[in-house]
Unconditional design. Structure first.
Length: 210
């Protein structure tokens, strides 16, 4: 089985992996000023009358960054990784997040390996979760009017809205160096922010078939 081919299975609460959840009401995730700015000034399409949890993913062959939102509030974030050939561990890590947060939507950032995307779609179908593909262009457009919109620029903007992520902000990548693993977490957060900013757009062209 290829390293990126995660087995399709249903999630269970008894996955056997520990996780430290950081609910925003208990973990002190920044002050209300940033929440208000994010929701009212930059998230003009946010439907505050509806509370929704969604899981944003930036998926790579042996890791994924994730962010869990309740509307514009960031609840939980991080990176999960596994060694080559440990596909069962990879799927357990994803199931763990689904079981813990029970999202109504899963957002997949453009660029996920096809087999990984197929696995997420299978899990979503079993749990009746909607899945949305978020294009890189949609993420960048949500962070305008930045003049130079690199992933590092976006990560710095993310920290302005969610200062609890400041200590994990990666430095600009030196020429010839691999991208820091934690950038995948910032990619996931930015994906969720773009989805909210764009008004939960579920147009047929952007909703992934399950």
């Amino acid at each position: 089985m290829p390293a990126h081919d995660l087995p399709q299975t249903a999630c269970s609460t008894a996955v056997g992996w520990s996780i430290i959840a950081r609910p925003y009401r208990q973990a002190g995730l920044g002050d209300s000023t940033h929440r208000q700015s994010f929701s009212s000034n930059h998230m003009t399409h946010l439907r505050l009358e509806k509370i929704e949890h969604f899981l944003a993913l930036d998926i790579h062959p042996r890791s994924f960054g994730f962010a869990v939102f309740e509307n514009a509030d960031l609840l939980h974030w991080g990176v999960r990784r596994w060694k080559s050939g440990q596909q069962n561990i990879a799927i357990k890590k994803l199931c763990q997040l689904i079981d813990l947060w029970r999202p109504s939507r899963i957002l997949i950032r453009e660029g996920a390996p096809p087999q990984c995307r197929k696995t997420v779609l299978g899990l979503a179908r079993r749990h009746h979760i909607r899945v949305r593909n978020v294009a890189r262009a949609d993420v960048k457009s949500a962070f305008q009017p930045l003049r130079r919109v690199s992933r590092f620029d976006i990560a710095r903007t993310v920290v302005e809205y969610y200062p609890e992520l400041k200590l994990r902000l990666p430095l600009n990548r030196p020429l010839g160096h691999a991208e820091p693993l934690r950038m995948r977490m910032f990619n996931a957060v930015a994906t969720g922010m773009a989805f909210v900013r764009n008004g939960y757009d579920d147009s047929p062209a952007k909703v992934m078939q399950r």
